[in-house]
Design a protein around this ligand. Structure first.
Ligand code: AMP
Length: 325
């Protein structure tokens, strides 16, 4: 399995990466950890990165791309890896695509942890306190001032990756505000859909989520898994078709979307998982960085509000539901 964990500093990527590494027997590749090791060892890369990291900026793309290119060549990465903190810019994402392609490898998914920015400072403060209590060295960039710069860097340079991977049907957005174990459960749930890649149970769960968009999060996740188990007697394909028809009917689409809804009956669970995850972004959008409402409306995911939105927005949801097998 090859995954990317995406999310702002303090979103819990490191914590979840550790758990997923155990769960899937893959290696964690954290560019932050690698750079900190390079700084500690005073290597040429470390010397280059030191001040940039201390100020909360991003190390040049070519440096981190080089690090990752070397690292994924290592034998322990052959079984799979989870990238934490990479890519952080669109050029890095493009470079990663190239690196994987050259090696005949594929990404299995991108898990985005969405969090409320106002909680991040508290989280980082808690992390610092825990590290101090354990007698560990505290990161020099874990201060309120540097954190705000890291957040600004995330918004400006990393957040565009949400769109990048969403367009490629790779994005699975999880509400990172839930307790750690619930976040883990939710990640495992969406990943099991990916692993099954068209497996029936995953297909059903995703289809339900697709039918009730805006559902990645605490309550909706429960609702989604509940409805998934309820629907266990029905074939996945039927459920997907029903969901697509429902979405299409709601949108009162013209011929194009109706045609798309028809097609959806042939889709696999994996694509449905991705479409479901992409559509589930509306709620989480509102949780992040204050730009949420606009984003949620723009993406037309299926909150009540979005249901009243113009056909164009819901048409996108239908397209997401129906594109590609
Ligand atoms: P992290 O541990 O992921 O929060 O990263 C700590 C710092 O390392 C960041 O604030 C950046 O200065 C640097 N860094 C880590 N990963 C990258 C990356 N992919 N691109 C650029 N800089 C990075």
């Amino acid at each position: 399995m090859r995954l990317i964990l995406l999310g702002p500093p303090g979103a819990g990527k490191g914590t979840q990466a550790k758990i997923l590494v155990e769960r899937y027997g893959i290696v964690p590749l954290s560019t932050g950890d690698m750079l900190r090791a390079a700084v500690a060892a005073a290597t040429p890369i470390g010397l280059k990165a030191k001040d940039i990291m201390a100020s909360g900026g991003l190390v040049p793309d070519e440096v981190v791309i080089g690090i990752i290119a070397d690292r994924i060549e290592q034998p322990d990465a052959a079984r799979g890896f989870i990238l934490d903190g990479f890519p952080r810019t669109v050029p890095q994402a493009e470079a990663l695509d190239g690196l994987l392609k050259e090696r005949g490898l594929k990404l299995d998914g991108v898990v985005e942890l969405r969090v409320n920015e106002s909680a991040l400072l508290q989280r980082v403060e808690a992390r610092v306190a825990q590290m101090q209590a354990r007698g560990e060295t505290v990161r020099i960039d874990d201060t309120p001032e540097v954190l705000s710069k890291r957040l600004a860097a995330y918004r400006a340079q990393t957040e565009p990756l949400v769109h990048y991977y969403s367009e490629r049907r790779m994005l699975m957005t999880i509400d990172g505000m839930m307790p750690i174990d619930e976040v883990t459960r939710e990640i495992e749930r969406v990943l099991s859909a990916v692993v099954a890649a068209g497996g029936k149970a995953a297909g059903k769960a995703s289809a339900r989520r697709t039918a009730k968009p805006g559902t990645v999060g605490r309550t909706p996740a429960k609702r989604a898994s509940k409805s998934a188990s309820k629907s266990s007697a029905k074939p996945a394909r039927k459920t997907v078709r029903k969901a697509a028809k429902k979405a299409a009917a709601k949108a009162k689409p013209a011929g194009k979307a109706r045609k798309a809804a028809k097609k959806a009956g042939k889709r696999t669970g994996r694509v449905a998982a991705k479409a479901g995850a992409a559509k589930g972004r509306a709620k989480a959008d509102r949780d992040t960085s204050g730009r949420g409402r606009k984003a949620a409306q723009g993406r037309g995911a299926g909150t009540k509000k979005a249901a009243k939105k113009p056909v164009r927005a819901r048409g996108k949801a239908v397209r997401q539901l129906t594109k590609r097998r």
